[in-house]
Design a protein around this ligand. Structure first.
Ligand SMILES: [Zn+2]
Length: 77
């Protein structure tokens, strides 16, 4: 990710939020403290999908906007 790219920062914030949500739901499921395990299982699955989609969006953006170059110094030289 590039520190100077607002889109990178937005995507990484989204990914962080999706990860927090997914991990939180998963630990709830592990604890088994919900009366509706089936609904929770669906929520975990959809949170995992959101997380995966966000991760792919980051990779796509890296390729589209930054040509997959991690270190900008390499282009400048
Ligand atoms: Zn970017």
């Amino acid at each position: 990710m590039r520190q100077d790219c607002p889109e990178c920062q937005r995507l990484w914030r989204e990914y962080a939020a999706a990860t927090t949500s997914h991990v939180g739901l998963e630990s709830k499921l592990r604890l088994g403290d919900s009366t509706s395990m089936e609904a929770l299982t669906h929520q975990v699955a959809s949170a995992a999908t959101v997380r995966e989609n966000t991760r792919q969006a980051i990779q796509q953006h890296e390729t589209d906007a930054h040509a997959g170059v991690a270190d900008p110094a390499e282009i400048d030289g």
